[in-house]
Design a protein. Structure first.
Length: 374
């Protein structure tokens, strides 16, 4: 009971220290409010109001069908130009796509002769150019196919592909961006808070006060882990409730309680990592540089930005040792697909194992650091 009481009182001390640090409080509030909202809304869909110009050299009903097939929100209303205005408009950046319908296009299509439509793309607008080219091709081929089927009486293909989007039927970026930002920010803030708490004590000289008190390194470290973990866990829950569900109206498919349990296990590992990094750094600037070297690979290679299946096999295997990989896996399964514990017990077990190893390594390093200071 004495050990538990000591850990509790040391943790309360950490919370009071955090409450007296206005910059850290601002960081916590911003990370789980404005940052979440911006990640969900500031980045528009990949193809949104893309400017397109069309050169109609055929002036046929089929050409008119193609022109009228481009409309918001994917494309801006088409701008009709002549062939001489294509290069000039692309040079000025007035449009991203320029579609040139050649003369006698409808006549050749009805006669079954090979014909081509030229599509010019401003590839400097990479995101729109990559996605929009496929959209333009689908729209043009679909209009030609429907026109020929009506004019020539061709029976439709007996196979119809019915596409059903699960979990995000409208492919809204806000649904994905908001939740992934919370997942990433939980990792970032837990490392920052615990590391900054240890470095702050070293800079203020309060570590020496702890060394003369009847407390052990284990009690000091556990107090920092539970107090900073509680702050991040509370902020994540409020962000899910007030920002994601309230302001952004993003539906949560699974159990929030199960997600918070997984987040608590992840915080056990991430806060231990933060203390380990803080023992390596001598000042906050050094700690910030270490954060860059550690945090960016953890987030980019965990599966939160791109699927792990698209990464090299060696990277996939190495990242199995990182807690973020398993946290992203269980968080996506619970929040997106509504998975239960029977579907995510493996990443739960992996997080508990990795967290225990990181805690033991951090404790050994923390003891060595305190011994050197003594």
């Amino acid at each position: 009971m004495r050990v538990l009481s000591t850990i509790y009182r040391l943790g309360v001390k950490e919370l009071w220290s955090l409450a007296r640090d206005p910059m850290m409080l601002v960081l916590i509030v911003y990370t789980f409010t404005a940052s979440i909202y911006a990640a969900a809304t500031a980045q528009p869909e990949t193809l949104h109001m893309a400017p397109i110009a069309i050169v109609d050299e055929d002036a046929s009903p089929l050409a008119q069908r193609i022109v009228s097939a481009f409309f918001p929100p994917q494309f801006s209303p088409p701008l009709l130009v002549d062939a001489a205005g294509v290069d000039h408009g692309l040079d000025l950046g007035r449009f991203t796509f320029a579609l040139d319908i050649p003369p006698n296009f409808q006549r050749d299509a009805l006669a079954g002769r090979q014909t081509q439509i030229q599509l010019n793309v401003d590839a400097t607008r990479m995101s729109q150019a990559f996605t929009g080219s496929g959209y333009v091709q689908q729209i043009v081929l679909g209009e030609v196919r429907d026109f020929l089927a009506r004019e020539k009486g061709v029976a439709p293909v007996p196979v119809d592909l019915a596409m059903h989007m699960r979990f995000n039927p409208n492919l809204e970026h806000a649904w994905f961006g908001a939740l992934m930002e919370i997942i990433n920010n939980v990792t970032m803030l837990s490392i920052i808070l615990t590391g900054a708490a240890l470095i702050r004590e070293r800079e203020h000289g309060t570590v020496e006060h702890l060394l003369v008190m009847p407390v052990t390194p284990l009690e000091i470290m556990v107090a920092k882990v539970w107090s900073m973990g509680l702050v991040v866990l509370t902020a994540a829950f409020l962000s899910l409730t007030l920002v994601v569900r309230g302001a952004l109206h993003v539906p949560i498919q699974g159990s929030v309680a199960l997600f918070m349990l997984g987040a608590a296990l992840h915080l056990f590992a991430a806060t231990s990592m933060g203390i380990f990094l803080a023992t390596l750094a001598r000042s906050m600037p050094q700690f910030g540089m270490l954060m860059v070297l550690v945090l960016i690979p953890l987030q980019l290679l965990s599966g939160s930005v791109t699927p792990r299946e698209s990464m090299p096999k060696l990277v996939q295997e190495v990242m199995l040792a990182a807690p973020t990989t398993h946290f992203v896996e269980l968080a996506q399964a619970i929040l997106y697909r509504g998975a239960g514990f029977d579907a995510v017990w493996v990443p739960f077990l992996a997080l508990a194992t990795i967290g225990s190893v990181l805690f033991a390594l951090s404790l050994a390093r923390f003891r060595k650091t305190i011994a050197l200071m003594a």
